[in-house]
Design a protein around this ligand. Structure first.
Ligand code: AKB
Length: 314
C-alpha cells in the first residue's frame, strides 16, 4: 500500500497536491508535514516540524510506514536572496536528508527543481533539456545542486527520485509565496480588492508559467510512470505557457473592467532577466506523455473566479 509524506504541505504546491493525493490514495495514506503555516480547515494527518531535522523525518517515515515522499519544502527565489544561508540549508541539506533516508529505507522521492536552475548563459528561447546551468540567484544555485544530487543518488544507489523544473506556478488555494513569478498570483488579489496592482517586474518581462492544476496532474503522472520511461534523473523541463505582466494585465482587465496596473520593478526584475522566456519540454512529452491543458486566458478566468470566491468566504 502506498503511504506518502508531503513536506511543505501548506505551500503553493502542497496545498493542492495534498488534497489530490488524498483523493487518489485515501486520507489515511497521506501525511502532511508543515513547519508553520497550517490551514485551519485541514482534514487529514498533520505533523509539524522542520525538514532540516533528520531525526524527525526518520521517525515520521517509520511511524507511518512511508514509502514515497513529495519533498516540497524550500525557499523560493526572492526569499533565497533575503537569506541565502537558510536557502542552502533548507533547499540542499533538507533534500540530502530526504535522499539519505530514501536510500536507507527504500523510498521513492519527488522533488521540484525550477526554471531558476537556468541563468544568463542559457538560451532565452526554447531552452533544451540539456543546456548551460549557471544561475545567478542562490535559489537557482540550490536547484542545480539539488538536481545533481538527485542524479547522483539514482546512479550510485538506485534511489528512484524524479523531478520537474517547475515554471512559475499559479494557484488560488494558498497565498502566493516569496517568488519572482508570484506577481502572476498577487495581481488577482489586487484586482479583486482594489481593481489595481503595482507589479515588481517590468511590463515586458516574459516568463514561463503554468496553472497549478496542470502542474499537480503532471507531478502525479510523472510519479506514476514506469521507471524505464524516465530518461532524465536530474530534472525534466516542464512547460505550458509564457507571458509578460502586460499580457496578464490585459486578461485581468477583461475580467475586472477598469483594472489599473502600475510598474515599480525591484531586485526581482534582475532575477527574472536571468531566466529564459520559453522552455522546450519535448523530452517530458515523449518519455511519459506530459501535456498541458490551460492557456493564459483559461488560467486567468479560473484564478479570478476562485480567488474571488475564496476572499468572499473569508
Ligand atoms: C520563483 O519565482 O521563485 C518560483 C520559481 C520559478 O521557482 N516561482
Amino acid at each position: 500500500m502506498k503511504k506518502v509524506l508531503v513536506t511543505g504541505a501548506f505551500g503553493l504546491v502542497g496545498s493542492e497536491l495534498v488534497p489530490a493525493l488524498q483523493k487518489e490514495l485515501g486520507t489515511d495514506s497521506v501525511v502532511a508535514l508543515a513547519r508553520q503555516t497550517v490551514d485551519p480547515n485541514f482534514e487529514g494527518i498533520l505533523e509539524k516540524g522542520d525538514v532540516t531535522d533528520f531525526n524527525l523525518l526518520s521517525s515520521l517515515i517509520d511511524k507511518y510506514q512511508i514509502n514515497e515522499i513529495y519533498h516540497l519544502a524550500g525557499l523560493l527565489s526572492a526569499g533565497g536572496e533575503k537569506d541565502p544561508q537558510r536557502a542552502w540549508d533548507v533547499n540542499v541539506n533538507g533534500l540530502r536528508s530526504v535522499l539519505d533516508l530514501a536510500k536507507e529505507k527504500n523510498l521513492r522521492v519527488f522533488w521540484p527543481s525550477s526554471i531558476a536552475a537556468f541563468g544568463p548563459s542559457t538560451p532565452k528561447e526554447n531552452v533544451p533539456q540539456h543546456t548551460s546551468l549557471e544561475p545567478t540567484s542562490m535559489y537557482g544555485v540550490t536547484k542545480v545542486a539539488g538536481e545533481l544530487l538527485c542524479q547522483y543518488y539514482f546512479k550510485r544507489w538506485g534511489v528512484d527520485v524524479r523531478s520537474l523544473r517547475y515554471p512559475g506556478l499559479n494557484g488560488w488555494r494558498a497565498s502566493p509565496g516569496d517568488g519572482t513569478t508570484e506577481y502572476a498570483i498577487h495581481i488577482f488579489y489586487g484586482a479583486i480588492k482594489d481593481n489595481a496592482y503595482t507589479c515588481f517586474l517590468k511590463p515586458d518581462a516574459v516568463l514561463p508559467m503554468m496553472y497549478l492544476d496542470d502542474a499537480i496532474r503532471g507531478t502525479i503522472e510523472l510519479m506514476a510512470a514506469d521507471a524505464d520511461k524516465i530518461s532524465v534523473r536530474t530534472s525534466y523541463n516542464f512547460a505550458a505557457v509564457s507571458f509578460s505582466p502586460e499580457q496578464l494585465a490585459a486578461e485581468v482587465a477583461k475580467l475586472s473592467p477598469g483594472f489599473q496596473m502600475k510598474y515599480e520593478p525591484d531586485f526581482r526584475q534582475q532575477i527574472a532577466e536571468s531566466w529564459p522566456k520559453t522552455i522546450d519540454d519535448s523530452q517530458a512529452r515523449e518519455d511519459w506523455g506530459w501535456t498541458h491543458v490551460y492557456g493564459l486566458e483559461e488560467m486567468a478566468q479560473e484564478l479570478y473566479e476562485k480567488i474571488k470566491q475564496k476572499l468572499a468566504s473569508q
